[in-house]
Design a protein. Structure first.
Length: 69
C-alpha cells in the first residue's frame, strides 16, 4: 500500500468528517467532480458555515472499510 493511501486510510478512520477534496480523492474523483456530486445530492455532506464536509462513516461504507468505532 502506498504512503498516500495509508495516510488517506488513517484520516478516514480517525476523523468524523473530511473536506470535499479529501472525500473526492478517496473515491477517485477530481475536485470538480466531487463538488458536482455535492450539488447533485449524490454525495452526503454537512455545511458548517462556509465549509462543506463529508462524513467519514459514509465514506468507509462506500469503500468497504471496516468500522473501528
Amino acid at each position: 500500500m502506498s504512503r498516500a493511501r495509508k495516510a488517506l486510510r488513517q484520516v478516514l478512520t480517525e476523523e468524523v468528517s473530511v473536506p470535499v477534496e479529501v472525500a473526492g480523492q478517496a473515491l477517485g474523483l477530481k475536485r470538480s467532480s466531487a463538488y458536482a456530486a455535492i450539488r447533485n445530492k449524490e454525495l452526503p455532506h454537512v455545511k458548517i458555515g462556509r465549509r462543506i464536509a463529508v462524513p467519514t462513516a459514509w465514506l468507509r461504507g462506500q469503500l468497504q472499510m471496516e468500522d473501528r468505532t
